[in-house]
Design a protein. Structure first.
Lengths: 263, 346
C-alpha cells in the first residue's frame, strides 16, 4: 500500500467532443510535497485538476490515487482525503461564512447527525488560521471577492485532508493574503506532511513555494521536475514564448523570474 | 446547539403548524351552511373513532357536508399547496435560481399535456389513476427531454436547463392547444381542468396526494444537506463528497413526481411553487432542511386560503389557477424588480 505513489497518472487523454484538451499525460506525485502546475491560459490545467479529483473521467489512460483508480472511490471517502479550492464559487442563496466553512465537514458528518464538537472546533480553527473569524456571521453574497476566496480556503482547511488542490486560488487576492494563504499551505506540507497541488499563474510565487513544477502547454507536459531544475529561461520561453531572467534573489531567498517589460 | 436562528425556526414551524390546523377547521366551517368549530371537531372525532355518540344535537346533514363535501376539498387544496411549494424548493435549490419552479422546467406543461391526452381519449383504463398516471408519464418524459437538451459532456448546466425547460414548455403548450382543438365538444372539460379546480376532490385523491407529498418530503429531507452544498456548484459539491449528478437526478425526479400528481388532481395552479419558497427563505434562510417543512406548510395555508375565497366568499366560483395567478403574478413582478435593482439575493 505504501509503495504506491500518492498519484499515478498513466497516459491520460481527455477532450470535450472532438477537441482534445489533454494528450497522453503520464507522471507521478508523491506525498508531502508542494506541487505547482504552470502553463498558459487554456492549456488544460483546470481539466487536469478535475481528473485528479475525479470530477471527470479520462477518455483513455488512468488516474490512480493511493493505488486505486480515482473513480472507484466513493465521493465521501475521496472528500475525506482530497479538498479543492476552486477559482470561484456560486452562492445563489446567502449562507453565512461559518455555514460555508462547516460544509467542509460534510464528508465526516453522517446523514441526519449534527456536527460534533470536533467538527465545530475544526471550523473555528480553520477560520482563525485564515483570519476570517470576525466574518463568521456575515453572508457570503455580501462579501468581497477576496473575503469569499479566503472563506473557501478555510472550508478546505476544515475538510482536513491529506491533499489540498488549489485552482488559481489566490488569483483574486491581494499580495498580503496571497502570501498568507501560501504560507499556511506551505506549513501544512512542511509540518504535517500534507500534499498541495496548486495551479499558479504567478511564476515568482510558483518558484518561491513549490518543490516541483509541472509546466504544461497545449494539453501536454512541457517540463516536469524540481523547481530549481525546471524553472529556467529556456522552459519559460518554450511554454510562454517570452524571454526572462531567472536568478537566485537574496532578499526573498528563492529563485525569482524577471521579465523585460517594455523597450 | 441552540442558536438564535434555530429557535426562530422552531417558533415558525410551530406557528405554521397551528395556523394550518386552524385554517383547515375555520375553512371547513365556512360556506353555504356555516358550521361552528366545536361541531366540526366533534364530527371529525366521531368519524375517526367510528362512534356516533358525540353527534347528539348536530343536524344529520352536517357530518355529510363536513366529511364528504368540504374536508376532501380542503385537504386536497392544502396538500397540493404543500406539494407545489415543496417542488419549488427543490427546483430552486437545484437550479440555483430563486425564480425557478415547476413551470420553468416545463414539467407542469408536460404533466398537463399527458393529462389532457388522457381526458381527450376519455381513458378509463386505470380507473381514477389514469389521469395521474398520464400526467406523471408526461412530466417524466418532459424532464428527460429537458435534461437531455441541457447535458453537454455528461454534465448538466443549470442555466441551459431553464432555457430548455422554457422551449419544451412552449412546444407542449402548443400541443395542448392542438388537443383542445381536437377535443371539439369535450373542450370545456379540458379547459376547466387546466385552469385548476378542487371541485371534484375525493378522499382517494387526498390519499394519493398525501402519499406523494410525504414521499417527496422524506426524500428531500434525506438529501437536504447535499442540496445545500450543491448550491456551491457541482465542482465544489463533488469535492465535498456529494454525489452531485445522482442526487440531482433523484431530487428532480422526486419534484417532478410530486408536481405531476398535483397537476393531475387539480390542473395547473401557478405561482405557489415560486413565491412561497422565496418568502420563506426570507425568514429561515437558505438551509433546505428548514426551508422545506416551512414552505410546505405555508404553501398549504396559502392555497387553502385562495380556495376558500373562491369557494365561500366570492359570489361565483373563480377557477383557482386564475385566482393564484391574479394574486401571485403582481407579487412576483415586485420581487423580480427588487432583485434586478438590488443585485443582492436575500
Amino acid at each position: 500500500m505504501n509503495n504506491h505513489p500518492l498519484y499515478d497518472i498513466a497516459d491520460i487523454s481527455f477532450g470535450y467532443d472532438a477537441t482534445p484538451v489533454l494528450q497522453d499525460l503520464s507522471f507521478t506525485l508523491e506525498s508531502g510535497k508542494f506541487y505547482g502546475i504552470v502553463g498558459p491560459n487554456g492549456c488544460g490545467k483546470t481539466t487536469l485538476l478535475d481528473l485528479l479529483i475525479g470530477n471527470r473521467i479520462p477518455l483513455s489512460g488512468s488516474v490512480s490515487f493511493k493505488g486505486k483508480i480515482v473513480s472507484s472511490y466513493h465521493r465521501r471517502t475521496l472528500a475525506q482525503q482530497i479538498s479543492l479550492v476552486p477559482q470561484e464559487f456560486d452562492t445563489g442563496f446567502g449562507y453565512t461564512v461559518e455555514e460555508i466553512v462547516l460544509m467542509g465537514r460534510h464528508p465526516y458528518i453522517s446523514r441526519f447527525a449534527s456536527p460534533s464538537a470536533e467538527d465545530w472546533q475544526r471550523v473555528d480553527q480553520a477560520m482563525k488560521t485564515i483570519g476570517i473569524d470576525d466574518l463568521k456571521n456575515r453572508y457570503t453574497n455580501e462579501l468581497s471577492g477576496g473575503q469569499k476566496q479566503r472563506t473557501v480556503v478555510a472550508r478546505a482547511l476544515a475538510q482536513n485532508t491529506d491533499v489540498l488542490i488549489f485552482d488559481e486560488a489566490t488569483s483574486s487576492l491581494d499580495v498580503k493574503y496571497s502570501l498568507e494563504i501560501f504560507n499556511v499551505a506551505r506549513r501544512l506540507v512542511l509540518d504535517k506532511g500534507r500534499t498541495v497541488i496548486a495551479v499558479i499563474h504567478n511564476l515568482n510565487l510558483a518558484a518561491a513555494y513549490c518543490d516541483k513544477l509541472l509546466f504544461m502547454k497545449d494539453g501536454k507536459i512541457a517540463c516536469y521536475g524540481p523547481t530549481a531544475e525546471v524553472m529556467t529561461p529556456e522552459t519559460i520561453a518554450g511554454v510562454f514564448d517570452i524571454s526572462s531572467k531567472v536568478s537566485h534573489d537574496p532578499y526573498s531567498r528563492t529563485l525569482q523570474v524577471n521579465f523585460r517589460y517594455w523597450d | 446547539m441552540v442558536t438564535p436562528s434555530s429557535k426562530k425556526f422552531l417558533f415558525l414551524t410551530i406557528a405554521l403548524a397551528l395556523t394550518t390546523a386552524g385554517a383547515i377547521i375555520l375553512s371547513t366551517g365556512m360556506g353555504y351552511i356555516s358550521i361552528s368549530a366545536g361541531e366540526i371537531l366533534k364530527v371529525i372525532f366521531s368519524s375517526i373513532s367510528n362512534s356516533s355518540s358525540h353527534l347528539n344535537g348536530i343536524d344529520n346533514s352536517i357530518p355529510y357536508v363536513i366529511m364528504d363535501v368540504r374536508l376532501p376539498r380542503i385537504l386536497t387544496a392544502t396538500l397540493v399547496g404543500a406539494g407545489l411549494a415543496m417542488s419549488g424548493v427543490i427546483y430552486q435549490g437545484i437550479l440555483l435560481n430563486p425564480l425557478a419552479d415547476p413551470y420553468t422546467l416545463g414539467i407542469s406543461s408536460g404533466a398537463a399535456f399527458g393529462a389532457s391526452l388522457a381526458l381527450l381519449a376519455n381513458l378509463t383504463l386505470f380507473n381514477q389513476f389514469s389521469i395521474p398516471l398520464f400526467a406523471f408519464v408526461g412530466a417524466i418524459v418532459t424532464l428527460f427531454v429537458v435534461i437531455h437538451l441541457s447535458t453537454f459532456n455528461g454534465q448538466i448546466s443549470a442555466n441551459t436547463l431553464i432555457l430548455s425547460g422554457v422551449i419544451v414548455g412552449a412546444i407542449l403548450s402548443a400541443g395542448i392547444s392542438f388537443l383542445k382543438y381536437l377535443a371539439d365538444e369535450q373542450v370545456a372539460i379540458i379547459i376547466f381542468w387546466l385552469m385548476g379546480s378542487f371541485i371534484s376532490s375525493t378522499w382517494d385523491g387526498v390519499v394519493i396526494i398525501g402519499v406523494a407529498v410525504l414521499i417527496g418530503a422524506i426524500v428531500t429531507l434525506y438529501y437536504g444537506r447535499d442540496l445545500n452544498i450543491m448550491s456551491l456548484g457541482s465542482r465544489s459539491s463533488d469535492a465535498l463528497g456529494v454525489e452531485t449528478a445522482r442526487v440531482r437526478i433523484i431530487l428532480l425526479l422526486t419534484a417532478s413526481f410530486v408536481t405531476a400528481i398535483c397537476v393531475a388532481m387539480t390542473g395547473i395552479i401557478g405561482f405557489i411553487g415560486l413565491i412561497v419558497p422565496h418568502l420563506m427563505r426570507f425568514f429561515v434562510g437558505p438551509d433546505n432542511r428548514k426551508l422545506l417543512p416551512v414552505s410546505a406548510m405555508a404553501g398549504g395555508i396559502l392555497l387553502l386560503f385562495a380556495d376558500t375565497i373562491t369557494r365561500a366568499i366570492l359570489p361565483v366560483e373563480v377557477p383557482i389557477g386564475v385566482l393564484t395567478a391574479l394574486i401571485g403574478g403582481p407579487f412576483f413582478c415586485v420581487i423580480f424588480r427588487k432583485r434586478q435593482r438590488g443585485g443582492r439575493h436575500e
